[in-house]
Design a binder for this molecule. Sequence first.
Ligand code: DX5
Ligand code: ZN
Length: 222
Amino acid sequence: MKHLIAPSILAADFANLAKDVQMLEESQADWVHIDVMDGRFVPNISFGFPVIKAIKPYSKKVFDVHLMIAEPEKYIEQFRDAGADIITVHYEACDHLHRTLQQIKATGAQAGVALNPHTPVSLLSDVLEDVDLVCLMSVNPGFGGQKFIYRTLQKVRDLKEEIITRNLKTKIEIDGGVGLQNAEVLLQAGADVLVAGSAVFKAPNPMDMIVQLKSVGKEKMV
Ligand code: DX5
Ligand code: ZN
């Protein structure tokens, strides 16, 4: 399967967000990754519903909303109304994950679960059928521009094996410290979606960087 690229607007220019979202719209990006942080689940605050609502008209791409918030079940419908197509909650933030996944699906959005670097993929075993997307955090959530944790590769392999064995359609997304330096090995391990914040927005030419990330693993045409 062709891999997907999901640039994270956490690394975009917040004073010119519409411009950056428009750039993504014209680029080869597949999804727009949107990092919501509450200052409780993670030690940082980013943005919430009004910002997602404001940028929605500038893009037809899939809005992949990553909720790094405590008690996400309180806000699922509001994120859907704001324009989320995929809603990802953290395993570590949900006491009743199965219920929260059904709640997300009931809104019509796709349901994702994110795992912190210390959380084993085996803990998802009993809900995997209900999960459209597993987001494996390859940094501790809260900030962009951190160093990729290489142990993630083994988690990708283990999860991929389980997904294939059980004949599921669940996608694996990798989030944190992803760029040209590790994209290929991640795709070989079984990743389907690569999130890239700094790698895209700090590049001299973000659109070209997306093209490059998109072509990783493709045979070169002569
Ligand atoms: C981290 C966020 C990531 C972040 C990735 O808490 O979930 O999506 O924006 O940023 P980079 O690609 O710079 O590591
Ligand atoms: Zn994220």
